[in-house]
Design a protein around this ligand. Structure first.
Ligand SMILES: Nc1ncnc2c1ncn2[C@@H]1O[C@H](COP(=O)(O)OP(=O)(O)OP(=O)(O)O)[C@@H](O)[C@H]1O
Ligand SMILES: [Mg+2]
Length: 125
């Protein structure tokens, strides 16, 4: 069974058809690339997989669960991560802190424990 299945995805913005009947599947451990010229729809496809865009038609199935209309935060919690085309770094933060930000939803501490440096701080791991 593939880890990720995309079936007949359609996405349009007004008259622009960004995705037209896109289907593929990715198996566990496979490295899969999407290539195409500017405006081909690569970012739109990733945005659909991440829940930033919702396709008008088609399905996205992750490990046999239909995640097509899930919100971006719920999809991130499944472990589906990405970087963005235009990288934005927080200037006042260290490289480590910028990296940690990408996995903030795995941190398990709340305001009290972090305020008194009890658990969860990257320098304590
Ligand atoms: N939020 C949006 N609103 C309107 N049109 C959009 C939006 N996002 C993408 N598009 C349009 O959808 C089409 C696909 O764009 P997309 O950014 O997915 O292409 P791409 O393959 O990532 O291109 P590039 O190689 O330039 O990054 C383009 O015509 C683009 O203008
Ligand atoms: Mg792009």
């Amino acid at each position: 069974m593939p880890d990720l299945e995309v079936e007949g995805l359609f996405l349009s913005f007004g008259g622009i058809e960004a995705l037209k009947d896109i289907s593929f599947s990715i198996n566990n451990g496979e490295i899969f690339s999407i290539i195409g010229p500017n405006g081909a729809g690569k970012s739109s496809l990733l945005n659909c997989i991440n829940g930033l865009y919702h396709p008008q038609k088609g399905k996205i199935i992750f490990r046999q669960t239909d995640i097509t209309n899930w919100s971006a935060d719920k999809i991130a919690k499944l472990g589906i991560g990405r970087t963005f085309q235009n990288l934005e770094l927080f200037k006042g933060m260290s490289v480590l802190d910028n990296l940690m930000l990408g996995r903030h939803n795995y941190l398990k501490y709340h305001i009290i424990s972090s305020a008194i440096w009890l658990e969860g701080h990257p320098e304590k791991r």
